[in-house]
Design a protein around this ligand. Structure first.
Ligand SMILES: [Zn+2]
Ligand SMILES: [Zn+2]
Length: 253
């Protein structure tokens, strides 16, 4: 069966995320788009993942809790977890390594914590869009230790990517998949970086606005049943021949 996904979505917790990126709006947009599973991946934190999961459970959308962690090398790594508890543990670990920079809302935007009724229950005063003190290696290690998966985000970008900042994927890093931006021309990218061609490729929206969320075109196909975040993570951590990652033409083209 094919499960249509978008595994890199920001909420209003990310200062650069639109304040309309609320739990209800994200789930409703996922329904409109026909997505089966999404991941909530705010910058260096996961305070809104639980509320989106709650709404997802009500509307039969699988919601994977995660964080997009910025390494000390300014590389973005998406980390996904089997349940909220482990994602929050990762959140605590990241928070311990986040430099104490005050958020200036008028410059960076608000960092809203929302409940499943889209009500603001708090806001963070510490800026989330900064590099942590964790290396790429340490982020991969922490995610794996906690039972999650990690992959380098938007590797085709000129900044905040493992390719732009480290020149490629370090030999000793255990990378099992990479993410390309939604609008990246994969063929010309892989012509420039042939060493990356053999990695399974996820295509996510990295949506900061509702309208940027993926269409029903990127899928994970498997004989296994993906019922929840836990079974998706188990599948991705298991043997690569249990699933294929693919893409169809976007229905918008
Ligand atoms: Zn990013
Ligand atoms: Zn992102």
């Amino acid at each position: 069966m094919k499960y249509y996904y978008d595994l890199h979505i920001h909420t209003a917790l990310s200062p650069c995320g639109d304040n309309d990126m609320t739990p209800n709006n994200i789930i409703n947009m996922a329904l409109l788009k026909g997505l089966d599973m999404i991941a909530v991946t705010d910058h260096n934190a996961c305070h809104n993942a639980g509320a989106v999961m709650e709404m997802g459970a009500r509307r039969q959308i699988i919601v994977v809790p995660g964080l997009e962690v910025e390494s000390v090398e300014e590389v973005h790594i998406v980390t996904l977890f089997p349940d909220l508890e482990t994602a929050e543990k990762m959140g605590e670990r990241v928070a311990q390594h986040l430099p104490p920079v005050e958020n200036r809302e008028e410059i960076f935007g608000e960092e809203l914590i929302l409940n499943s009724r889209d009500e603001e229950t708090g806001r963070l005063s510490q800026l989330l869009i900064v590099a942590t003190e964790l290396t790429v290696e340490e982020i991969f290690q922490a995610a794996t230790e906690l039972g999650g998966v990690a992959f380098p985000a938007h590797v085709d970008r000129d900044s905040y990517s493992i390719v732009s900042n480290l020149g490629g994927i370090p030999d000793d890093l255990d990378v099992s998949m990479i993410e390309l931006s939604a609008n990246c021309d994969a063929e010309s990218f892989f012509d420039n970086y042939p060493g990356l061609r053999d990695y399974p490729v996820l295509r996510d929206s990295d949506a900061h606005y509702l309208w940027d969320m993926s269409e029903r075109c990127n899928y994970i196909s498997t004989e296994d049943q993906i019922r929840d975040a836990g079974s998706l993570i188990q599948l991705l951590k298991g043997p690569a021949d249990r699933y294929t990652i693919g893409a169809e033409e976007s229905p918008l083209i």
